[in-house]
Design a protein around this ligand. Structure first.
Ligand code: SAM
Length: 286
């Protein structure tokens, strides 16, 4: 919602986060959602879809590094990776840093988010569009996982919140579809909101995941853009060892991967699975 020189994020009942807008860089009513890009003095470029902050140039590295490197390095040999959503292509950029990834498929419902991000977020996503391993499909992610014959080592659900076209990406049926297209030893990670403000969303996702996967938990990262404390990232697989890969193994894999990060370290990876009690309670309730 535009309010003078501010945009207010209206995701959380009872709280609004007001972002100063220095400049509106782009605004469009796409076929699927209301898209606005503006400049904020703290976060840099801010992308909102339907009044909900999606990504900022200031802190995108935290979310994208933690959601891409944790499952890929936990898996240890990921060749086929699938991203559902991920329109800004920051997740794809992190995933493609792993040379072992042979093909990265991204299924995004809204072509205009990708086109727009290619133009406006080239500071972090430019390498994606020059990488022959990047394979983009414009489609509904829920339908894709129901119908595809392909199988993946790592699946990342870089979705919007459970409203509008993203709601389907939080359902049991969708998680079942993802399970169907995971290879043995595969792992799924999900964007599961900020537990302090969106506890019910986390409980519900873990409840669905626990019915389908042998192991379902969450790990955390603190991302200023996703206001309200830690963000929870769901982590599900049929191999309970994947969430507790020894530190030495993570260190060796990360060193071998051979790239720099700004948030991810093997130590942070391991620590991220140690959940504060109120988040652990939500996961255990699920
Ligand atoms: N990092 C952000 C966050 O946590 O708020 C989310 C990234 S955003 C770019 C998520 C993307 O999911 C959007 O581009 C949106 O168009 C896409 N999306 C929503 N519903 C979808 C669906 N059913 N299938 C595929 N992509 C979907």
């Amino acid at each position: 919602m535009k309010n003078g020189l501010h945009f207010n994020e209206t995701l959380y009942p009872g709280v609004q986060v007001s972002y100063e807008c220095r400049d509106i860089l782009y605004q469009e009513r796409t076929e699927h959602q209301e898209l606005v890009l503006f400049e904020n003095p703290v976060f840099g470029k801010v992308l909102m879809l339907d009044n909900i902050t999606q990504v900022t140039t200031g802190d995108e590295f935290i979310y994208h590094e933690m959601m891409a490197h944790v499952p890929i390095l936990a898996h240890g040999n990921a060749e086929e990776v699938l991203i559902i959503g991920g329109g800004d292509c920051g997740m794809a950029e992190e995933a493609l840093k792993h040379q072992g990834v042979k093909r990265l498929t991204q299924v995004e419902i809204d072509a205009s988010v990708v086109e727009f991000s290619r133009e406006h977020f080239s500071e972090f996503n430019a390498p994606v569009f020059e990488d022959g391993r990047f394979d983009l499909a414009i489609a509904d992610g829920a339908r894709f996982v129901r119908e595809t014959d392909r199988r993946f080592d790592v699946v990342m659900i870089d979705s919007t919140d459970p409203e509008g076209p993203g709601a389907v990406l939080f359902t049991e049926e969708f998680y079942r579809g993802v399970h169907r297209c995971l290879k043995p030893g595969g792992v799924l990670v999900t964007q599961n909101g900020v537990p302090f403000l969106q506890r019910a969303e986390l409980v519900s996702s873990i409840r669905h995941l626990s019915k389908i996967y042998k192991d379902a938990t969450a790990y955390i990262a603190a991302i200023p853009t996703y206001f309200g404390g830690h963000m929870a990232l769901g982590f599900a697989s049929d191999d309970p060892n994947l969430r507790k890969v020894p530190l030495e193994t993570l260190k060796q894999r990360f060193e071998k991967a051979g790239f720099e990060t700004r948030y991810y370290t093997p130590e942070v990876h391991q620590a991220a699975f140690a959940l504060p009690k109120f988040i652990l309670d939500a996961v255990e309730e699920g």
